[in-house]
Design a protein around this ligand. Structure first.
Ligand SMILES: *Cc1c(COP(=O)(O)O)cnc(C)c1O
Length: 381
């Protein structure tokens, strides 16, 4: 028997003005990259996060690839990262011939365990790529300190981290480079898209050239040179201005979207807290140093078998919940390209317990209550 899904896991975010803004691009017959709306998005992100320079990209994957190029990652270099992440964190460096060195996560936040990073540093290590899982910050003070002492670059995978902060600093602005995602599964979306955040002025020109097929066209558009030419290798990482227009409509109401998500997150927490206190279920933890963005609400079941039964139970009740990353070091490509440093105490175990509940802009408190009731019923029986 196939039950109808009444509560979806994700509905891509949408803001009403998107149609008008896209229409404006269409009417002006100006839909290529770096148009009016791309600039508006870049400026919004710069103003909001305080970053020196933001460049909208075709994806977070591409933003991370740009960061790997700017960090001058070379074949044989090592980059330290968690294994519990999306493939793009690793791919960006693998494409440069580097070796991802996976380090275990902390079970409380599912983020890289900052205390294990230094032991994984070798003379080949060039960078650390922390991933802010669920929009909850990694312990950045420790990570930045290790990087400074060993001369390493820090590339923040802040795909899930826009509107979150660590000790008052926006995620994506703390390391040398930060990468946002505007994929439709994220808090703000342009279908496919992302952004590269550049902390130091000295990388801006090179980044613009890499992003514009190795040409200095950005300078030309600003009137700083009278013709543009091919000056370096590069690729094309500019999204169409129509996609930026779609995103900008959401950025204009970013606080409203953020507040709505946080209210849902708090409701989940409040309703499921008794189960947490009884030790039936584990709830997410947000360290005091972090303000999060309610990117996701996850719970942890006892083990993989219990999680599977809970997913099935919710599905029978018309609710779609999903598990998340299969640790990269257990995947064929992860085994071929990378290695795990130290013991896998939590990465595999915790990833097998984790279950993501529906979370999107537009989900209602009543729906959250219904989901929580279904979870409670599961644990009562
Ligand atoms: C979504 C995501 C990405 C990839 O983002 P795209 O914009 O789809 O390329 C990378 N890393 C993490 C942690 C993500 O959640």
């Amino acid at each position: 028997m196939k039950t109808e899904i009444r509560i979806k896991f994700n509905v891509p975010p949408y803001a009403e003005k998107a149609g008008d803004y896209i229409q404006e691009c269409v009417a002006g017959q100006k839909i290529c990259g770096d148009g009016v709306y791309t600039k508006k998005c870049n400026e919004w992100i710069e103003a909001r996060t305080g970053i020196k320079k933001c460049l909208l990209t075709t994806s977070c994957t591409h933003a991370t690839e740009l960061a790997a190029l700017l960090a001058d990652i070379k074949p044989g270099d090592e980059v330290i990262m968690p294994s519990y992440t999306f493939v793009s964190t690793a791919n960006a460096f693998v494409l440069r011939g580097a070796v991802p060195v996976f380090v275990d996560i902390r079970p409380d936040t599912m983020n890289i365990d900052e205390k294990l990073i230094e032991a994984a540093v070798t003379e080949k290590t060039r960078a650390i790529a922390p991933v802010h899982y669920a929009g909850v910050a990694c312990e950045m003070d420790t990570i930045m300190d290790i990087a400074a002492r060993h001369g390493l670059k820090v590339i923040e995978d802040a795909a899930q981290g826009i509107m979150s902060s660590y000790k008052g600093k926006a995620l994506g602005t703390i390391g040398d480079f930060g990468c946002f995602s505007f994929h439709e599964t994220k808090n703000y979306s342009m279908g496919e898209g992302g952004a590269l955040l550049i902390r130091d002025e000295k990388y801006v020109e090179e980044a613009e050239i890499l992003r514009e097929k190795g040409t200095n066209r950005s300078k030309f558009y600003r009137g700083q040179i009278d013709k543009y030419t091919w000056v370096n290798f590069g690729s094309s990482y500019l999204p169409s201005d129509m996609n930026a227009a779609y995103l900008y409509a959401q950025l204009e109401i970013a606080d409203e979207i953020n507040q709505a998500r946080l209210a849902l997150w708090d409701r989940y927490y409040e309703r499921l807290e008794p189960l947490g206190e009884q030790g039936r279920l584990e709830l997410p933890r947000v360290p005091e140093s972090c303000i999060h963005n309610a990117h996701m609400f996850y719970v942890k079941a006892g083990d993989i078998e219990e999680r599977t039964r809970l997913i099935d139970w919710l599905k029978e009740n018309g609710i779609l919940s999903v598990f998340h990353y299969i640790p990269l070091h257990t995947a064929p490509a992860g085994k071929a390209f990378g290695r795990f440093h130290g013991e896998d105490r939590y990465t595999t175990r915790e990833s097998e317990r984790l279950l993501r509940l529906p979370m999107y802009y537009g989900l209602t408190v009543e729906q959250v209550d219904e989901i929580c009731d279904a979870v409670k019923k599961f644990y009562r029986s």
